[in-house]
Design a protein around this ligand. Sequence first.
Ligand code: MG
Length: 203
Amino acid sequence: MKIICIGRNYADHIAELNNEQPDAPVIFSKPDTAQMRLGDAFYYPDFSQDIHHEVEIVLKISKIGKNIEQKFAHKYYDEIGVGIDFTARDLQAKLKAKGLPWELAKAFDRSAPVSEFVPKTDFADLQNLNFHLDINGETRQSGNTSMMLFKMDYIISFVSQYFTLKKGDFIFTGTPKGVGPVKIGDRLTAYVEDRKMLEFDVK
Ligand code: MG
């Protein structure tokens, strides 16, 4: 399986990092080794002193597809979850300054904790979903999927022009504002609407 991620998909987050608003989706990927198993802890890596949380809605691809038309994109995902796109912000800043790819900062082991998935039919409107991340019981990030620059169906269509999507692939759909550092001892809890979906410790 593969993990495809969308960067800069919420205007309020673009502004907080002083990035330019993209005219096409910003895409990167993480290998399957980035997935963190449910119940595991996130171990703070030695190569960074500034690991940031980015809470994101995650789509799980339900069947193989290539060059998917936007109007049919909804047929390619049945379930959604919530995940953290962990980012070594210090490394990413160095790579960005040199115009280099982000993989070392974004795709390392356990950089993609993901919740269990739930049927998308549990929610009335996927493009009007509230989600948030608490750290030690305090809300640090909250967003609503209505604020996405590129909507879920468009993302599926766009990505599938370049990568064949396969059953079990994950798509991270971007983070709202409020990204910030985590530290050893923190407990992260992510919610979709009022449903607690993901909880783990940083060790
Ligand atoms: Mg992200």
